[in-house]
Ligand binder design. Structure first.
Ligand SMILES: CCC[C@H](NC(=O)CCC(=O)O)C(=O)O
Ligand SMILES: NC(=O)OP(=O)(O)O
Length: 315
């Protein structure tokens, strides 16, 4: 297992879910796999859950862990090739990445979409530089177009909480003051498509996600209609893909509130966190017994540990 970016990197999804459940039941049963092995976790962007849960997962597996916040604790990296490095970046990624690879057995990388160039973002340029030059297996800890550890944890959570065999799952856009990446919704859709769920995506016109993720997925532009009978409501903001990186609206009529949750089938509320209260979702919904955002965050240790275990077994 050379990389973790998409569900296909894990193979059969039901087998992966079964393995995740076994790991959750006995998290310290595989310490022998990680003994004398090191994970380096590289962050180009902020994090709470990913940083703590991935480190916890590695420690559960007996691994050593080194965490590096590149922008605060290291040299600013040049990622363009063929440039004259006479600016404010002392080091090229072409040297930094193979060197990082010398200090570890597995690498995790977080580097959000930059929204400067759609092609650079959607070709996963930076993540692929780690995959190509590090000589180590690489885990996306949210890259430009995907957040697979989150989506895998989301699916684990839905499997744990579903009341019917094939639940109705709704991904809803919600307003936010900033331009946020499409990585979380992209991966959510990608993982729901391989799961036993009925998926509906609802958002204002102009917020259609990239066609490569949305083929065959139902879009409902009427949010309340989309919520009808839902078993799970997954809220997230994202910037426009079509008008790349733009905030087209901050219309708070899209905020998830108690009135909308009332037309669902007593749905559970999910969000990857961090969440902007009373922008994305009201306090009332987030503080209700139907909110499972903390259980969802707890499963980030499980998703990371399942992936790290697979990579350790393949070393
Ligand atoms: C797991 C989510 C990470 C990130 N979220 C943010 O950047 C939120 C920042 C903010 O609310 O100002 C995102 O939307 O992709
Ligand atoms: N959900 C998630 O990845 O949270 P962080 O950005 O805090 O890691």
């Amino acid at each position: 297992m050379k990389r973790f970016l998409t569900p296909s990197d894990l193979g059969d999804i039901n087998k992966a879910l079964k393995e995740a459940a076994e790991i959750k039941n006995n998290p310290n049963a595989f310490q022998h796999l990680g003994k004398n092995k090191t994970a380096v976790l590289i962050f180009f962007n902020s994090s709470l859950r990913t940083r703590l849960s991935t480190q916890k997962a590695a420690l559960n597996l007996g691994m050593n862990v080194i965490v590096l916040d590149i922008n605060k604790e290291s040299w600013k990296l040049e990622t363009e090739f063929g440039v004259v490095m006479d600016g404010d970046k002392p080091e090229h990624i072409r040297e930094a990445v193979p060197v990082i690879g010398q200090y570890c057995d597995i690498i995790g990388v977080r580097s959000f979409a930059k929204f400067e160039n759609k092609e650079d973002d959607y070709s996963e340029k930076l993540l692929n530089q780690f995959i190509e030059y590090s000589g180590r297996p690489v885990i996306s800890m949210e890259s430009a177009t995907r957040h697979p550890l989150q989506a895998f944890a989301d699916l684990i959570t839905i499997e744990e909480h579903k009341k019917v065999e094939r639940p109705k799952v709704v991904l809803t856009w919600a307003p936010h003051p900033r331009a946020l990446p499409q990585a979380v919704p992209n991966s959510f859709v990608e993982w729901m498509k391989v799961a036993n769920v009925e998926l509906t995506v609802t958002h204002p016109q102009g917020y259609e996600l990239a066609p490569e993720f949305m083929d065959g997925v139902k879009v409902e532009y009427d949010q309340l209609k989309a919520f009808e009978g839902a078993d799970f409501i997954y809220a997230k903001n994202w910037a426009s893909f079509k008008d790349y990186g733009k905030v087209l609206t901050t219309d708070r009529s899209w905020t998830v509130d108690e009135r909308k949750m009332a037309v669902t089938n007593n749905a559970k509320f999910m969000h990857c966190l961090p969440v902007r209260r009373n922008m994305i979702v009201t306090d009332g919904v987030l503080d209700s017994p139907n909110s499972i955002v903390v259980e969802e965050a707890a499963n980030r240790v499980v998703s990371a540990q399942t992936v790290l275990k697979r990579m350790l077994e393949a070393l």
